[in-house]
Design a protein around this ligand. Structure first.
Ligand code: BTN
Length: 252
């Protein structure tokens, strides 16, 4: 496995490794060494891929696993808007490379025909008083799902399955990095620059859902996406803005 991403015109390095533990974990560990904003790590396999809510993330060969580092100068509450913007950026890259339009499941999964194509894990922390954010993206590109646990095989989809042909992982990685770079420079100017696109791609709106918060489960109806990309939902007869990280959503 190899990749040539040298055609990307950017100042921050893009490092490729065929196999790593977790691209997010590695970037977080490199922050104290002074790596630059935009530093990107790309891998084709992870042995300890991590998902949201402390879950693991299946990361076999055939997928693309990529993390990018940011030092956003914004209020801590604005950081949560970076992940949905990253979802829009990845969606745009997939459309460019594969010619298919994928759905967004709130807050930041990408789906095809209701099945999971891509997950995004954003982790934020502070080093020596400076806040940093690592956005990690995992996509099933040419994935052979026979290596997945049975329950995941039913709910996962790959780009190759949808397009009917092997997708160039290097080309896709380059497109995603390009779109993330563009997204980040626009996002620093305007936190909701891609809100309309997010709203129209988000399939969670208008559905009966279950809001899962720790042990608690609540039936709700999703009504829309707020200005801060939160999910507006009717829960127990009351309208609530459901925030990222707080809950997991399941369509009924
Ligand atoms: C989720 O769906 O729960 C989020 C999955 C995020 C997976 C990506 S793969 C690249 C980066 N490294 C990780 O360990 N996780 C993220």
């Amino acid at each position: 496995m190899s990749m040539d991403l040298s055609s990307l015109k950017r100042t921050a390095p893009v490092v490729y490794k065929p196999c790593v533990t977790s691209t997010n974990t590695i970037i977080k560990g490199l922050v104290p060494s002074g790596i630059a904003e935009g530093f990107t790590l790309v891998a084709e396999k992870q042995t300890a891929g991590r998902g949201r809510m402390g879950r693991s993330f299946e990361s076999p060969e055939g997928g693309l696993y990529l993390s990018m580092l940011f030092f956003p100068k914004c209020a801590p509450e604005d950081i949560s808007t970076l992940t949905p913007c990253a979802a829009v950026a990845v969606r745009r890259a997939i459309e460019k490379v594969c010619g298919i339009s994928v759905d967004i499941k709130w807050p930041n999964d990408l789906l095809i025909d209701g099945k999971k194509l891509c997950g995004i894990l954003t982790e934020s922390s502070v080093y020596l008083g400076r806040r940093f954010v690592v956005v990690g993206i995992g996509i099933n590109v040419n994935t052979d799902f026979s290596v997945f646990p049975e329950e995941l095989q039913k709910i996962a989809v790959s780009l190759c399955e949808k397009t009917g042909e092997t997708v160039g992982i290097e080309r896709l990685a380059a497109a995603i990095i390009g779109e993330l770079d563009t997204m980040y420079s626009l996002w620093t100017e305007n936190r909701k620059y891609c809100l309309d696109e997010y709203r129209s791609a988000c399939v969670t709106v208008g559905c009966d859902i279950v809001i899962i918060c720790g042990e608690e489960r609540k039936n709700a109806r999703s009504l829309g996406i707020g200005e801060d990309f939160s999910l507006i939902a009717e829960v127990d007869g009351q309208i609530r803005n459901v925030s990222f990280g707080e809950v997991s959503i399941r369509k009924i």
